[in-house]
Design a protein around this ligand. Structure first.
Ligand code: PHE
Length: 342
């Protein structure tokens, strides 16, 4: 067989192999077998030494022609393999958007959110408006306008995350009191739920990110009696039972007098049990009458206007409501915990 015929045979063989290839990796093997350094075409070109010039030219041309054609065939084959793979994938992943799913997993509200909504409803039914405020606050709104001067030791009660530009993550929703006083004309009643942040060591009862509901009423002749009545309403609706509250003195620079409000333990009705640590009382929230300086900061005359404010710790309320023992569950994203509230 002369060399040209031999080359023709090789070409046919390669063509056959290429057309039968199924995978891209096989295509590379086939390419090496024919046009690689040790491929069949280069073996033939080694035989060219024995040929005369005219034949050598012809054979050389043929080899070039064959290898160019084979390259082209390989490119075409590679494209068609890729197309086929894509079609297969599309076929496999095809689904009918209109077909109803057999069973649908739906999410649910986080227990904090659902109790917050309940608290909002209770206060709205008493004529309160719900207000919002930003999580990044100015030092002025979070501290200064609430009667914490720059070097006030009460700032140490709230370890704070500061931002590089001198602002801070609000340590309490009381910052919204300042915003309310700026925007609203008294008399008014607001609650302001929101996330708050403190640079805390985390344990079963402390989180760095937790939730409060601020309450604020400004009007004429507002007294501590209005405050305790409002809190009694809240508790009896949340726990579906009549409650008794008591006040102990508490200190916050923006209330005077300031209190800690407790309610009588509902488990033992004040007799003493493990829930109330045998005291008969459960601590609910800090509160008080608005400090005259806070009203003055907002341009209100404390001789005319008075008010009360409270800061409800929502996490604690939810924990009491559902008997949750560890505050860290709330932000854990633990589905086993969350599924209890489906
Ligand atoms: N903002 C206070 C805190 O987070 C609580 C508070 C609110 C106290 C309103 C009195 C009145 O500690």
């Amino acid at each position: 067989m002369n060399i040209i015929d031999e080359l023709q045979e090789i070409y046919k063989e390669a063509e056959d192999l290429i057309s039968n290839v199924k995978k891209e990796s096989q295509l590379d093997d086939t390419k090496n077998l024919f046009i690689g350094k040790k491929g069949k075409l280069s073996l033939i070109s080694k035989k060219m030494g024995n040929l005369d010039i005219e034949e050598r030219k012809q054979v050389g041309q043929k080899i070039n022609e064959i290898s160019e054609n084979l390259e082209k065939l390989i490119i075409i084959k590679r494209d068609s393999i890729k197309d086929e793979e894509l079609n297969l994938l599309l076929e496999r992943e095809k689904f009918d958007v209109l077909q109803p799913r057999k069973h649908r997993e739906s999410g649910t509200l986080h227990p904090i959110t659902s109790v917050q909504m309940e608290v909002e409803d209770i206060f709205v039914s008493m004529g309160f408006e719900v207000m919002d405020g930003p999580e990044i606050e100015t030092d002025y709104n979070n501290f200064e306008a609430l009667n914490f001067t720059e070097d006030h030791p009460a700032r140490d009660m709230q370890d704070t995350f500061y931002t590089d530009d001198g602002n801070l993550l609000r340590t309490h929703t009381s910052a919204i009191q300042v915003r309310a006083l700026k925007i609203l004309k008294p008399p008014f009643r607001i609650i302001a739920p929101g996330r708050v942040f403190r640079y805390e060591e985390i344990d079963a009862s402390h989180e760095n990110t937790f939730n409060q509901v601020e309450g604020m009423v400004v009007g004429k002749n507002i007294s501590v009696a209005n405050l305790t009545y409002t809190m009694n309403q809240l508790l009896s609706q949340i726990f579906n039972k009549e409650t008794i509250v008591r006040l102990r003195p508490g200190y916050f620079p923006f209330v005077e007098p300031g209190f800690e409000l407790d309610f009588q333990c509902m488990v033992c009705e004040g007799k003493g049990c493990s829930v109330c640590k045998h005291s008969g009382w459960v601590e609910l929230l800090p509160c008080g009458l608005i400090h005259p300086n806070v009203l003055k900061f907002a341009g209100l005359d404390p001789e005319i206007w008075t008010g009360f404010a409270f800061g409800l710790g929502l996490d604690r309320l939810v924990m009491m409501r559902y008997g949750i023992s560890d505050i860290r569950y709330f932000n854990s994203g633990n589905l086993r915990f969350l599924k209890k509230f489906l």
